[in-house]
Design a protein around this ligand. Structure first.
Ligand SMILES: [Zn+2]
Length: 435
């Protein structure tokens, strides 16, 4: 799925450890689909249209708090809880606190700034209080993977397959040891199918993807002294602030160019254009491409050290909130108002999986039984973690139980999704693991 030519170029062109090693862009390169992600022509024209429409209408952003329930999957290698990769619950909670300070420009915290463009995004985060089956949860899942470090280019689906909650309801964050010099990457939001009605040659994008953010454990949360390994410049939890910015549709502040002549943009008019990324915490602050304006090195979407970041701008906020109102797996992940969490009284939205299907696995691994509740199974599909439709299985209706069996002896080990559409075209999603 990755264009290796491009990846090779990135690896060669960035000095090792001289800057914040974020791999979101390399991950997002996805052949023809690139146009449907941030920076791509269809995505950007859809965002532009939504902005224009909102600015002209009374339905513009009302500044409500958008809450995002988070599940943190800790992929460790057998360490005791609280040591090494198996980071403590306090560390996880410190990351949530940092996210809220940064996205909330919280007074008195490191996330505060007095920059004229710096804003409170009105986006907040909490650990999920309920798992996908409705059981109480602290939002932390610990998995002993038996894996030392993950190669994020060849093992993206593999690492996410160890544990994965419905991305329509949760922001999945995987914390693990990342091979090489990368410390994080995110899955960009994607254009919604309903935006795409008028777009020619819309590829067959199914609405299931391995969605979320992967963070190296040595930069996750408030990292105690001596535990950040080679990443001491990133020990204050700002890697997650940066990567979740990508998850919510932000591009790197310099637009991923290499000089001012590249004329690259992040589609935010209040972040000065920069030739390229900024490393460290330079003083004097380098000039932008439009002097005398300086580069905005305090922006979370630059590559500066954790210690000198503290700005999301008004335009970045607008972009993230448009994504949270409109993108698949973003508009359903947020709750609006004072409560963060999955609430039992939450109204089901189209595409929601709140009710509708339950999966039962055959202990011998020969089939999965799809049990509908209150809906009729009109259409049933199985996908892998990349959203690719699986065709190598058979289904069998069990009329007595009103359920459908998916016979899976041919499926390779991994995580799969079952999507059921009911008579009104509403999708329900559930996942199962084949060992
Ligand atoms: Zn990045």
């Amino acid at each position: 799925m990755i264009r290796y030519g491009f990846l090779f170029f990135i690896l060669l062109s960035l000095p090792v450890l001289a800057q914040r090693p974020c791999a979101t862009d390399a991950q997002a390169i996805n052949g023809k689909l690139r146009d449907y992600f941030p920076g791509g022509k269809y995505f950007e024209s859809a965002v532009r249209n939504l902005r224009d429409t909102e600015e002209k209408s009374v339905t513009s952003d009302d500044e409500s708090i958008y809450n995002i329930p988070v599940v943190v999957h800790i992929l460790h290698n057998g360490e005791a809880e609280g040591s090494g990769r198996n980071i403590s619950a306090e560390r996880v909670q410190s990351q949530i606190t940092i996210l809220n300070q940064d996205y909330g420009k919280e007074p008195g915290s490191p996330g505060f700034n007095s920059h004229p463009s710096g804003v409170d995004t009105r986006i907040r985060f909490c650990l999920a209080n309920q798992d996908p089956d409705g059981n109480p949860s602290n939002g932390i899942v610990r998995v002993n993977t038996g894996v030392d470090a993950f190669n994020i280019f060849t093992q993206n689906a593999f690492l996410k397959g160890f544990s994965f909650w419905n991305p329509e309801k949760y922001l999945n964050i995987w914390v693990c040891k990342i091979e090489g010099n990368f410390i994080g990457y995110a899955q960009y939001p994607m254009i919604s199918p309903e935006w795409a009605d008028s777009i020619p040659m819309m590829p067959n994008i199914e609405d299931v993807q391995p969605d979320g953010v992967v963070i190296e454990y040595r930069v996750f949360g408030n990292v105690p002294a001596g535990e950040s390994g080679p990443y001491t410049a990133y020990n204050k939890g700002r890697t997650a602030s940066h990567e979740i910015g990508h998850y919510l549709g932000l591009l790197h502040i310099w637009g991923d160019g290499f000089s001012c002549l590249d004329n690259k943009t992040d589609y935010c008019s209040d972040t000065p254009p920069q030739a390229t990324f900024t490393s460290g915490c330079p003083f004097p602050i380098p000039e932008s491409c439009l002097p005398p304006a300086k580069s905005m090195i305090e922006n979370y979407m630059d590559y500066t050290n954790d210690g000198c970041m503290n700005i999301f701008t008004a335009e970045q906020k607008k972009r993230m909130r448009i994504v949270l109102r409109n993108c698949i797996r973003r508009k359903t992940v947020k709750t609006v108002g004072s409560i963060c969490g999955i609430s039992a009284t939450e109204p089901a939205e189209p595409g929601s999986t709140k009710k509708g299907i339950r999966l039962l696995s055959d202990p011998e691994g020969n089939f999965v039984e799809v049990i509908p509740s209150g809906i009729e199974i009109r259409e049933l599909s199985v996908f892998d973690l990349y959203g690719r439709k699986i065709t190598a299985y058979e289904t069998e209706r069990n009329f007595a139980a009103y359920s459908t069996r998916i016979k899976i002896p041919g499926l390779r080990p991994g995580t799969y999704f079952v999507r059921v559409k009911d008579g009104s075209g509403i999708s329900r999603l559930a996942s199962f693991r084949r060992f």
